[in-house]
Design a protein around this ligand. Structure first.
Ligand code: NOJ
Length: 564
């Protein structure tokens, strides 16, 4: 038996999918706009670049695109420092361009999701400028989280808290007051008890919904509500507090769901209702399920596979638990292996397992960047293809990060003076995301479209982050010409997924090998992954697709899709 698509026609087509439910089992492609395609040769990807690649997205077979922030920004944190939530950065395009790509994507049946960043604005947002121009205690300052500094003249921070990117989480403004920034100092945290802040985001959600946006990805959705006592706890005291109680001063507070209930009312005014997916790094699946409730955002990212090893036992329990939790919350599960914050999974899987290391340390390491050496590239790719085929067969929605369909590796060797990520530039300050040093630029390098330098078809000239020579072999041009490329695997898988996917259910088929997982979806679609290194027997049925050439048996580190 060899890998082919010959049995495709035998399948019953079209998943049950009402207009309002389009998101439940959608394949969503994340575009990091600055690094996708550059139409005007300034080295920065833009909206017209995306427009020129709509045919590529159609051929890939995705149901929706999620655009990471394209709003006006000084790019202190790759655009997650937003100056104006209702405009487009002039380097990336115009609102008219946005309307044009939305229409072009809708014309070909692709939905549009935009990123909303509600925990913090940039320090150039009109609200923050007004806060700085107003005195301590003013209503303008109250839209953010200002506190008097300690010491005789307020010269010391109000608390010893560290920001996620390193350094103090408090920044002085020169008059004895300091403001809180969970992330970079250019990202002041909003005070969500203030009605103006609530209104700003309702207006923003309506603005994009009226322009035809289908859904929203909500940045750090668990951090918005804060309850800070007059005497602030120390960092050490904070670390001892229970993050699952709903009453932690900074994280995952129960009242945050009142905000999302209000947003849900707004979303439901539209037809079909606008959707949302929470980025919520909370401590238990039960807490995460609250963000995914139909009365709230409706869906939440499940990052469990992204922080797991390539390991049958870990994959099995993650899938089982998450399907249970999403069913209980009325949502569908989400599956993610890569995004713009983590080391690309082709590289991760070529590194020693995280399993057995301290989980927190492991998660930090995943986010902080891959070491330049010690990666088994081939094994990483083999496992990445197997994990992806496993993931694309799961019930729920699949999130694909630009470039993973090319099997791209993390770019580890970027000279320090060209790195942009604050998680790197502030790494000496020992931030939560920077302890291992390299930051997140390695997964944000502009995509290779052709085999030719200077920018491999990204734009007419260079790219804002340096692309390595090996990008030529991973370019769209090279992979289109290679029948067994990762790009062709993704295209085949996404096309088949559309035909095969019906109900959101999965049944495990017992195997007698701890390294092998086997599951069945309705209508005879079966999936088997061999996480071990030795070949194992194939089950009966016709192999529709495999992550690696299959000949009589299932090789190590390989997934097959079978129909009976
Ligand atoms: C999560 C985003 O994914 C990340 O890129 C960003 O740095 C932080 N939130 C802060 O907005």
């Amino acid at each position: 038996m060899s890998t082919d698509q010959t049995a495709q026609q035998a399948l019953t087509p079209e998943p049950a999918d009402s207009a309002a439910d389009w998101w439940r089992q959608a394949a969503v492609y994340q575009i990091y706009p600055r690094s996708f395609a550059d139409s005007n040769g300034d080295g920065i990807g833009d909206l017209r670049g995306i427009l020129s690649r709509v045919p590529y997205l159609v051929q890939l077979g995705v149901d929706a695109v999620w655009l990471s922030p394209f709003y006006p920004s000084a790019l202190a944190d790759g655009g997650y420092d937003v100056d104006d939530y209702r405009d487009v950065d002039p380097r990336i395009g115009t609102l008219a361009d946005f309307d044009e790509i939305t229409a072009a994507l809708h014309d070909v049946g692709i939905k549009v999701i935009v990123d909303i960043v509600p925990n913090h604005s940039s320090d150039r947002h009109a609200f923050f400028r007004a806060a700085l121009a107003s005195p301590a205690g003013s209503p303008e300052r109250d839209r953010y989280i200002f506190r008097d500094g300690l010491g005789e003249n307020g010269e010391l921070p109000p608390a010893d808290w560290r920001s996620v990117f390193g350094g103090s989480a408090w920044e002085p403004v020169g008059d004895g007051q300091w403001y809180l920034h969970t992330f970079a100092k250019e990202q002041p945290d909003f005070n969500w008890d203030h009605p103006d802040v609530r209104q700003e985001f309702l207006t923003t959600l309506r603005f994009w919904s009226d322009r035809g946006v289908d859904g929203f990805r909500v940045d750090v959705a668990h951090l918005l509500m804060k309850d800070l006592p007059g005497d602030l706890p120390s960092a050490a005291e904070l670390a001892l507090l229970d993050e699952t109680s709903g009453r932690h001063p900074l994280k995952d507070r129960d009242e945050v769901h009142d905000i999302y209930a209000e947003w849900r009312e707004l979303f439901d005014e539209y037809d079909p209702p606008r959707t949302a997916v929470a980025e919520a790094w909370v401590s238990t699946p039960e807490r995460r399920a609250r963000y995914a409730s139909p009365e709230g955002l409706g869906q939440a990212f499940n990052f469990d596979l992204l922080t797991a090893d390539f390991d049958a036992g870990q994959f099995h329990s993650i899938v089982t638990d998450n399907l249970r939790h999403s069913a209980a919350s009325g949502s569908s599960s989400t599956w993610v292996l890569s995004n713009h914050d983590v080391v690309r999974h082709a590289t991760r899987y070529g590194l020693p397992p995280l399993h057995g290391r301290d989980v927190k340390q492991g998660a930090e390491w995943i986010i902080a960047g891959a070491p330049a050496d010690g990666v088994d590239l081939e094994r990483g790719e083999r496992r990445a293809r197997a994990a992806t085929l496993f993931l694309l067969a799961l019930p729920g929605s699949a999130y694909i990060y630009q470039g993973e369909e090319l099997g791209l590796h993390e770019v580890a060797r970027i000279p320090g003076d060209q790195r942009q990520d604050p998680a790197y530039t502030r790494s000496l300050a020992q931030g939560e995301w920077s302890s291992d040093g390299l930051g997140r630029d390695g997964c944000r390098v502009p995509l290779p479209w052709t085999t030719k330098p200077p920018s491999f078809g990204f734009g007419a000239d260079g790219a804002h982050l340096p692309q390595p020579e090996w990008f030529a072999d991973y370019s769209v041009e090279a992979e289109e010409a290679a029948p067994d490329s990762t790009l062709n695997l993704y295209r085949r898988a996404l096309a088949l997924r559309h035909q095969l996917q019906t109900e959101e259910s999965l049944e495990w088929v017992p195997t007698d090998d701890a390294d092998v997982l086997h599951f069945r979806r309705p209508d005879g679609w079966e999936v088997m992954t061999n996480f071990g290194e030795e070949p194992v027997p194939l089950p009966g049925g016709q192999v529709m697709l495999s992550s690696r050439r299959v000949d009589g048996e299932l090789p190590g580190e390989t997934t097959v899709w079978i129909v009976r």
